[in-house]
Structures are given as structure tokens and as C-alpha cells.
Write a new protein. Structure first.
Length: 462
């Protein structure tokens, strides 16, 4: 047969249910294929064993065949099928024997398969481009000598084994107490350089100061980080004090200040933690700075960083002399003067209280009195179970109204009852004087009347 395909591998994703996976290339033997499971999460690879884990069908078929697993590969596993032709030649040609085309083609196919598989491996190798050059890619450093070192390129661009990145040797005083090799890492225990980390530039003898730049280089400046963290904590404290006018921002600043202080303490052991504490504090101060905008002559349209305003932002208006808060759409005064508010305990109004039509003034715990102007009837309406009017001078009753009582309306003179309206008519106490009476008086009883309609004398009714 001819070999028209260069494919030597197939890969599939396991799903926990599929057991049959096709390979699309020809193999001469069921051992001529490698079956590998790769863990997608860890990249760990596991080569499967024929019969134990899978069986092979389609051996010798030009289009390939199938791999059938006993247990379906789980989700998160990648199934990789790779042709693995043995690097042997088993075709034996005997002089003067027939020269069958099929066995000869199989031998040629096998060589082609081996070539394709080698090309597949070369395709996964690190290589120079066609136009690139390298004198040698070989190195002679033994396993022990190259342990913990890195593979790199020398000054000529050739492959070589380089010094290790650095080995941490622990802590030491700033003036070292032991010898160190080049690229050793040491953390200082001396107060002035506490927790600073240095790397040896060359072999360093005992008694060499870590601050000696001929031998050592500073790579982690923990002292500066701690100083920055302390300054950050101070800034956070100042920010917390300034946030008195905004309880929400004050709480956020206090939380950030506490986080900064905690990070500052941790920075004694970790420069990275100190740097993070500084960043947190600056973020908290920036957050406060975005909430309290300071003193300004007019309503701002952006925060102090030029960003959009957020609801709850505060600033002091120097023109109006007032603290203002942003509602999310407009600036409003954040407080009103106490002198403009009438106390619940009482006070004196210096102006009128105006009510709109149909809006009532209600008095008493049980709405005992309601006064309202009725816009529909244009009437002033008083609603109560009873009314009493008294003289300002001596508190004497002048009029009482008690709807539903025996006397619904009663008029008084200097505290004495004179006229009462009741269901059956009116009750007058004392004399009644009139200059004239309409009608001839014939309907009146117990009233002597003159011919001209006048009342001749004062009378008492009832």
C-alpha cells in the first residue's frame, strides 16, 4: 500500500462514559500503539497497559481501528493514542526466492511509519529556526555539578549550564560570621538592616559586611518597607481623624488603618507583606479622599482624582458656609441650623402658619379638634365633640357648643347662662327686650302684645 497520511496520533477528552476511541492510522501489531491518559489539572501522564486497561482492534487496517477501555476514562482526562512502531527490521529476503510485493511494501511502510514517528517527536523538541546558528548544543557538566543550576546560553550564545539562581542560607549578622559562596542569599538580623535580604556577588569570607557592595547586593529592602508601612499607618490614622463628618467613610478608613497596622507588624518578617500594607493604606486614603473632598467655593462635579462623584460624598462650601452631601444626582445641605427649628417643648412663632385648602390643623391625642378650610364649599369647618369659649380677662364662659347634648348651644353673660338652644326650642334666662316684633304676636303664648307688634314688657320663658 501507499502511505498518504502523515497522522501518527489522536487525542480525545474523557467523559466518564465513553469506552471506545478510534485511531486513524495503520499499525502492524497491537503492540504498535501507545495509549496514555493525561490529567488535565495536574498534567500527570499515565501509560496504559494492553489487556489490563484496554484492547485493540483493526490491526493491519489502512484506516486504523479502535481502542476499547475496560473502564471509561473520567472527565478531566485526555486520551492520547500514538503510533509506536518498533525500530526493528524483520523482513528477511532469501536469494532466488520469490519477491512478493506485499511483504516488500509492508517493510517500506514500516520504515515510513518510523520516519513519521521520529518527525512527530522532533516536532515537539526545542529547535533553532532554519536561519539561526549555534556552535554546539552539547554540555559536559555532570549531574552532580549541574544540580540546582539552570540551563542557559553563554556569551557566544551557545548552550551552557549556569550558576543556580541562589540558595537561601538563613540569617546572619550584618557583619557575617561564616564564609559564603557566590549567589548565596542571606537575611540580616542586625537592627539597622533587620530582615533585609542580600545576595553574594562573589565568594565572601567571614567578617564581610552585607553592606559591602563589592561582595553583596541588596535585593529585598525590608527596612525601607517597614518605614513606608509606618508612614502609611500614620497617614491612615490622619485619614481616620478627618473622616469625622462621614460615618461610613470613617469606618472604612478605620478598618484600612487597622489592616495597615497589622501589615506593618507583619512586615518585620516579610517585606512583601509590608509593601502590601503600604498599598492597602494608600488605597484607603485614596478612598477617603474620594469621599471627603475638602473645602471648595462651589459644588464640585468630580472627585479629587477627577473621577465621577459617588453618593455620600461630602465637602464644605466656603461661599455658603455649609457642609454639603452628594445624593447621587445633586448636592444638598447636610444640616440645618437649630435656631430655625421650633422645639417640641414649645416656643414662639414669629410668622404665620399657612395651610392649603383641605389641609387640616389637628389638635389633641385623639384628634379632638380639627380645623380645615373646605375648598369645595368655601367654608371654614370646625370638628369636635364640644366647644367652650371663655373670657381672656377672667376665664368666664361666654359660649358652649355640645352637639348631641340637651343644650347644644349655650350663651353666657359674665359666666351666667342667658340663652340655651335645645331640641324643643330655646331657653332664655332673664329678660328679653325688643323694639319691635314682626307679625301680630298671635302665635306667642304668655306674651302680652300691643297692637303695633311691640313687646310691652320683659318676660321669662319656661
Amino acid at each position: 500500500m501507499t502511505v498518504s497520511s502523515t497522522n501518527t496520533r489522536n487525542s480525545y477528552s474523557g467523559n466518564g462514559s465513553t469506552t471506545v476511541f478510534a485511531y486513524t492510522f495503520k499499525i502492524f501489531d497491537d503492540d504498535d500503539i501507545a495509549v496514555i491518559l493525561r490529567d488535565d489539572a495536574t498534567a500527570a501522564e499515565s501509560t496504559q497497559t494492553k489487556t489490563t486497561h484496554y484492547t485493540v482492534s483493526g490491526v493491519g487496517a489502512a484506516g486504523g481501528g479502535n481502542i476499547t477501555f475496560g473502564t471509561p476514562p473520567a472527565s478531566g482526562k485526555t486520551v492520547v493514542l500514538i503510533r509506536a512502531t518498533p525500530l526493528t527490521q524483520i523482513t528477511d529476503y532469501t536469494p532466488n526466492d520469490p519477491f512478493p510485493a506485499e511483504s516488500h511494501e509492508d517493510a517500506l511502510d514500516k520504515l515510513t511509519f518510523i520516519t513519521q514517528e521520529l518527525q512527530e517527536e522532533i516536532g515537539r523538541a526545542v529547535k533553532l529556526s532554519k536561519t539561526n546558528e549555534i556552535a554546539t548544543a552539547e554540555f559536559t557538566v555532570g549531574a552532580a555539578a549541574r544540580a540546582n543550576k539552570v540551563l542557559g546560553f553563554d556569551g557566544s550564545g551557545d548552550l551552557t549550564v549556569l550558576q543556580e539562581i541562589g540558595i537561601f542560607r538563613g540569617t546572619d549578622a550584618t557583619v557575617t560570621t561564616v564564609d559564603y559562596d557566590a549567589r548565596d542569599l542571606v537575611k540580616s538580623t542586625t537592627a539597622g538592616q533587620l530582615n533585609n535580604v542580600y545576595i553574594a556577588l562573589q565568594d565572601s569570607p567571614t567578617g564581610t559586611a552585607l553592606t559591602n557592595t563589592t561582595y553583596w547586593a541588596l535585593i529585598v529592602d525590608a527596612v525601607s518597607a517597614a518605614t513606608s508601612a509606618t508612614a502609611a499607618a500614620a497617614s491612615a490614622s490622619a485619614a481616620s481623624t478627618s473622616e469625622t463628618n462621614s460615618s461610613n467613610s470613617e469606618s472604612a478608613a478605620a478598618t484600612s488603618a487597622s489592616a495597615s497596622a497589622t501589615s506593618a507588624t507583619a512586615s518585620a518578617a516579610s517585606a512583601t507583606a509590608a509593601a502590601q500594607a503600604e498599598a492597602n493604606t494608600l488605597a484607603a486614603y485614596d478612598n477617603f479622599d474620594d469621599r471627603y473632598l475638602g473645602a471648595k467655593s462651589s459644588d464640585p462635579t468630580q472627585d479629587n482624582d477627577g473621577d465621577a462623584l459617588v453618593a455620600g460624598s461630602l465637602y464644605f462650601n466656603t461661599t455658603d458656609g455649609a457642609m454639603k452631601v452628594y445624593t447621587g444626582s445633586a448636592w444638598v445641605v447636610a444640616y440645618i441650623s437649630g435656631g430655625s427649628v421650633l422645639s417640641l417643648s414649645g416656643g414662639t412663632m414669629t410668622g404665620n402658619i399657612a395651610y392649603s385648602d383641605d389641609v387640616a390643623a389637628v389638635f389633641g391625642d385623639d384628634s379632638d379638634l380639627t380645623i380645615v378650610h373646605d375648598s369645595g364649599g368655601n367654608n371654614n369647618i370646625f370638628k369636635a365633640d364640644g366647644y367652650a369659649f371663655r373670657s381672656k380677662a377672667n376665664s368666664n364662659l361666654t359660649m358652649e357648643m355640645s352637639p348631641g347634648a340637651t343644650k347644644s348651644v349655650t350663651l353666657y353673660h359674665q359666666g351666667s347662662e342667658k340663652l340655651a338652644v335645645r331640641a324643643g326650642g330655646i331657653l332664655v334666662t332673664g329678660g328679653v327686650s325688643a323694639t319691635s316684633v314682626s307679625g301680630d304676636g298671635s302665635g306667642l303664648t304668655n306674651l302680652p302684645a300691643t297692637g303695633d307688634g311691640g313687646i310691652a314688657m320683659a318676660i321669662a320663658l319656661g
